[in-house]
Design a protein around this ligand. Structure first.
Ligand SMILES: Nc1ncnc2c1ncn2[C@@H]1O[C@H](COP(=O)(O)OP(=O)(O)OP(=O)(O)O)[C@@H](O)[C@H]1O
Ligand SMILES: [Mg+2]
Length: 259
């Protein structure tokens, strides 16, 4: 079966000449169905760039990205947009909520843009907000919420259309331990549904235990891959990493089975 997410020699450079920033220097990566994949590494190493390419917010300069076996570059612009809209959810590092819309409207917005009648979009938004325990603030404006509450609204917005691929940039950074745990359990429950895949960028070592694999990035490369055994949610709190294997920088090395 095709991997939900597959990258080969993906390169992304910002700017040119002496000021060029080599954000991704040839990323090879396969993410399996049902996998919760974490991406860590120092500020500026390329994490947001990588997941933005997966989500279609940025386009790679070279290399190949396939989602469920599909090379989106072979599709028309509108077919690409449609594929992404149906299959991908993105939780941004900044929450990007629309300040003039209520919480519920923010979550319903992309469904309405996609053509769903307002009433049904609002109902589905309510369901997604229930999942992140924000039902009681559906009529609030985003600016009246705490950072952690805004974070949960951003997650509801990313999951409201039930995407097969979900990418999250620092989804627990603004949350205390208990709220961070709740969010990771929500995300874990999404990841283990059949045919799903989830990438979580994080600095938060308290949430590593929810991952199946952890990749460390450095200066545009994946320099290390740790595979953990699958741990059911209710046992995740007591789990510890099972293996830690540096993968080196060579092409393809990141695919070596570890753990
Ligand atoms: N639009 C852009 N224009 C120019 N340079 C950019 C742009 N976006 C990212 N970069 C640069 O690319 C590199 C990788 O950035 P990226 O945002 O992927 O890092 P990151 O690992 O997500 O960092 P952080 O942990 O701080 O969020 C950085 O040096 C950054 O300055
Ligand atoms: Mg980032």
């Amino acid at each position: 079966m095709d991997h939900p997410i597959s990258l080969r020699k993906v390169v992304k450079t910002f700017g040119e000449g002496l000021t060029a920033v080599h954000a991704l220097r040839g990323i090879n990566l396969d993410i399996a169905a049902g996998e919760l994949f974490m991406l860590i590494g120092p500020s500026g190493c390329g994490k947001t760039t990588l997941i933005s390419i997966v989500a279609g917010i940025l386009r790679q300069d070279a290399g190949e990205l396939r989602l469920f076996g599909e090379d989106l570059r072979t599709m028309s612009e509108s077919a690409q947009a449609d594929f992404r809209a149906r299959n991908v959810g993105f939780v941004f590092q900044q929450y990007n909520l629309v300040p003039t819309l209520t919480v519920q409207e923010n979550v319903a917005l992309t469904l309405m843009i996609g053509g769903l009648p307002r009433r049904r979009a609002m109902d589905r938004a309510a369901d997604a907000l229930f999942d992140v325990e924000m039902s009681d603030r559906m009529q609030a404006l985003p600016n009246s919420l705490s950072g952690g509450q805004q974070q949960r609204v951003a997650i509801a917005r990313a999951i409201v259309h039930n995407p097969r691929i979900l990418v999250c940039d620092e989804p627990t950074s603004a949350l205390d331990h208990e709220k961070g745990r709740q969010v990771m359990e929500i995300l874990r429950a999404i990841a283990i549904k059949p045919g799903r895949a989830l990438i979580v960028v994080t600095h938060d070592n308290r949430v590593f235990k929810y991952s199946d694999r952890i990749a460390t990035m450095q200066d545009g490369h994946i320099v290390r891959m740790v595979r953990r055994h699958f741990v059911p949610i209710d046992q995740a709190d007591n789990a510890s990493p099972s293996a830690s294997v540096p993968v080196g920088l060579a092409d393809g090395a990141a695919f070596a089975p570890v753990g």
